[in-house]
Write a protein that binds this ligand. Structure first.
Ligand code: MLT
Length: 402
């Protein structure tokens, strides 16, 4: 018989969001009720794709039915889209062959670690998006779950005490550092000075930063950086993963990109960019041409306005949720430049608070402990929801006793 990959056995239980869905189903079948369950749990978009961008998707399909418009494999993505991304997001700082179109940020995060292999040291913000740790464990970069942490993964506590910005002295040299801003789950956005500190540290210690900027389009404060590449020197130490999921409503369409600069090198001076092109060409045949035509529409002037409208909508949801929590005397952060609100329930176990909110108010949230040990006693509220549901959830929560 074939032996199971031991890395899979090293994964901690189930992936967080299916586990939440399982608890929701279990609760719903044990407590049939007329009161509908509202989800403010997983960050899944609810609003229709806006007309201009949707028109791009339709046009992409139409073209595929014509001899002039038909396209087959486009491994690294449509040249026009890669150039447009460089123009819109990076002021043309990158050549098209430094931008790789993907089927989403999560998928690239899952594939990226193949570049570094088993035994790579990994550091993550704690709390963090679970894919960084699970992806590391799957690739064998880390060992087993024990004592609140995976061997081989350094957890960098991000707490109220340190302003949700980690202490890099905990990061071993030559590590892969996952960093997310606007942060999922805390909603905190790192300042320019903080990202400069991250880049300086990475350059000094031989680290590579995987910068997850999937929520950058929610940033409204112009002083806050949207990309790690706004910081000098980042091309020598960072990869950025990005997504159209939340900004254009492409969660189901699937489209993202990664920037892998040519200046980024391994210890032996080989090119990370060349390896990523090699890897992508081997295990990935490129994203949907239809989705890419939709993305081109999202990046013209009309499309950019629509992305702004869509992200404004979710930010208004976030404002309503934050206001409701504030009225209850529950302290929270995030939600201003991000679609996530991180609410604190001192002294409580976050899975217990999750269960209480589900049972008493029929609202699904995400327990902070699911994002790492420092998430204990926190609950994440997602602003991705229909407006009427968000209003109803805020109304239901009015009787919450802290
Ligand atoms: C979440 O944190 O809710 C996730 O970001 C959903 C996703 O994978 O995008």
């Amino acid at each position: 018989m074939i032996i199971r990959n031991p890395n899979i056995a090293n994964l901690k239980a189930g992936y967080l969001f299916p586990e939440i869905a399982r608890r929701r189903r279990e609760f719903a079948s044990a407590h049939p009720s007329d009161v509908r369950i509202i989800s403010l749990g997983v960050g899944n978009t609810t609003e229709p794709i806006l007309p201009h961008i949707c028109g791009g998707l339709v046009e992409g399909s139409r073209r595929l039915g014509t001899i002039e418009g038909y396209l087959g494999y486009q491994d690294e993505g449509l040249l026009e889209l890669r150039e447009k991304i460089s123009e819109v997001f990076y002021g043309r700082k990158f050549d098209a062959d430094e931008i790789f179109i993907s089927d989403g940020a999560k998928c690239d995060i899952g594939r990226l670690q193949t570049l570094f292999g088993a035994g790579t040291r990994v550091a993550v913000q704690d709390p963090s998006y679970p894919v960084y740790v699970d992806g590391s464990v799957l690739s064998g970069a880390a060992g087993v779950w024990e004592n609140n942490g995976y061997h081989g993964v350094a957890y960098l506590p991000c707490t109220a005490e340190n302003g949700y910005f980690p202490d890099f002295s905990l990061v071993p040299e030559n590590s892969l550092v996952y960093f997310c801003s606007p942060n999922n789950p805390t909603g905190v956005v790192s300042t320019r000075e903080q990202l400069a500190e991250l880049v300086k540290f990475a350059l000094k210690k031989g680290c590579i930063v995987v910068f997850d900027a999937a929520y950058s389009e929610f940033i409204r404060d112009p002083s806050l950086p949207k990309s790690i590449f706004e910081i000098d020197g980042a091309e020598q130490c960072a990869i950025e993963v990005q997504s159209f999921s939340k900004s254009a409503g492409f969660t189901g369409v699937r489209l993202g990109w990664s920037v892998v600069p040519k200046a980024l090198k391994y210890a032996d001076d080989e090119s990370v960019n060349a390896d990523w092109a090699r890897l992508a060409g081997t295990v990935f045949n490129g994203a949907s041409n239809i989705a890419q035509t939709g993305a081109l529409a999202a990046l013209d002037s009309e499309g950019l306005k629509e992305m702004r409208r869509l992200t404004d909508f979710y930010l208004e949801n976030a404002r309503l949720i934050k206001g409701a929590l504030q009225n209850l005397g529950i302290s929270s952060i995030g939600g201003d430049n991000s679609p996530y609100i991180w609410a604190r329930f001192p002294g409580r176990d976050s899975w217990d608070v999750f269960a209480e909110i589900l049972e008493r108010y029929r609202i699904v949230t995400t327990p902070g402990a699911g994002f790492g040990p420092s998430g204990q006693s926190f609950i994440r509220f997602s602003a991705f929801g229909r407006r009427a549901d968000v209003e109803e959830a805020c109304e239901r929560l009015k009787s919450f006793k802290v």
